[in-house]
Design a protein around this ligand. Structure first.
Ligand code: CA
Length: 373
């Protein structure tokens, strides 16, 4: 019996309007595995490994990687499988960059500020104190030439970067004493990575580098006086409200930390064009999903922290923020003076931020106080 719709299907196929995995089944046996080109899809299967800087299945960030793998599987009709490894499962978390670079894994997930030792300019693709928020950073990357600069930077390492999420604005951290002036930072030992840590140092504090698993005990035992982490959802899961009294905003040091998917360039180039598009599309979907998930969860958990846990919300005084901005300018100046590529990237970043700030102050900033609540 003739199958319904077969004629239509064959006409469409002849017209080249269907590009399909079905093609390989038409003759009753698979076609050559090497076929490629418009409208022809090879049946070749790709099994990739994704190493990550996150603990396995870490809320939002690790979950996003798992989802990305699932989407790639779905979009490729099973031709591409990604096995996701948490930090330490295949390689240590902070070897993600090198593992993808040397081909031990084809793909990775992390944040560019972990690699500033290798590429100082990478800071501008992750978090800049008093810099752009998630919306502005995405606009710079995707519509303002930022991603091209990022690709140029990573091409030197044989890697392809794709925006792979953003935390949104983070919180300023947990303190056991109120921040009333710059004097409050004198001698303050605080977990604060990246450029923010260098700003804290200029303010008289001591940035302490602790991994996620060490922070709670460090704060509880007084090894550090204060800590930043991410935002209400992750901070709640860490239980910081049990050992610190004041929760400060804004996260001036991380106004919208961008996360990344990195792909081994050689492996990417060897993928058929449609799978390359699928990998990019899945990463960009993850980019959106992670930011949305942070926004949704943070709003729920901030309320929980205030209403159920009695956390005291505080804002840094204006004079403190003003002075931290002065130190931030010095830190950025030192960075761009010492590295020509960082200078080139920052020129693009800063020009975009200046325009974005004018627009945001004239639009969203005014609107926020007028929202129906
Ligand atoms: Ca943080």
């Amino acid at each position: 019996m003739k199958k319904p719709g077969r004629k239509k299907f064959l006409q469409a196929l002849a017209a080249g309007t269907i590009a399909l995995p079905f093609l390989i089944r038409l003759g009753g046996k698979p076609q050559a595995q090497t076929a490629s080109g418009p409208g022809i899809i090879s049946g070749k299967k790709y099994k990739w490994r994704m190493v990550t800087t996150w603990p396995p299945n870490f809320p939002v960030l690790g979950e996003g990687c798992n989802l990305m793998a699932q989407w790639i599987h779905e979009m490729s009709a099973g031709r591409m499988e990604i096995k996701v490894y948490g930090g330490g499962e295949l390689v240590p978390a902070l070897e993600t960059f090198d593992a993808v670079r040397n081909g031990a894994a084809e793909m990775g997930s992390g944040a560019a500020y972990y690699w500033t030792g290798k590429a100082p300019a990478a800071s501008f693709f992750a978090a800049v104190p008093f810099g752009m928020n998630a919306q502005q950073l995405n606009a710079w990357l995707l519509s303002g030439g930022g991603l091209q600069l990022w690709e140029e930077l990573y091409a030197e390492f044989g890697l392809v970067p794709i925006p792979g999420g953003n935390t949104g604005v983070q919180m300023g951290g947990w303190f056991n004493r109120e921040i009333t002036s710059m004097a409050s930072f004198q001698g303050l030992k605080m977990r604060m990575p990246g450029l923010g840590g260098r700003v804290l140092e200029k303010a008289g504090g001591t940035p302490v580098l602790l991994s996620g698993g060490e922070i709670f005990t460090g704060l509880e035992r007084g090894i550090i006086d204060a800590t930043e982490w991410i935002g209400p959802y992750h901070d709640y899961l860490m239980g910081f409200h049990q050992i610190a009294k004041y929760y400060y905003s804004p996260g001036w040091h991380e106004p919208g930390s961008e996360l990344e998917i990195i792909v081994n360039k050689k492996q990417m180039d060897e993928l058929p064009a449609d799978l390359q598009a699928i990998v990019r599309t899945a990463a960009l979907r993850m980019n959106q999903w992670i930011l949305s998930e942070f926004e949704a969860k943070n709003s729920i958990y901030l309320e929980k922290l205030i209403r159920e846990e009695g956390v005291q919300l505080r804002q840094f005084p204006q004079e403190v923020l003003d002075q931290l901005k002065v130190y931030t300018k010095e830190v950025i100046q030192e960075l761009t003076d010492s590295n020509p590529r960082a200078k080139k990237v920052y020129e693009s970043y800063a020009a975009f931020q200046q325009r974005a700030a004018l627009w945001a102050r004239s639009s969203e900033k005014v609107f926020y106080d007028e929202m129906l609540i």
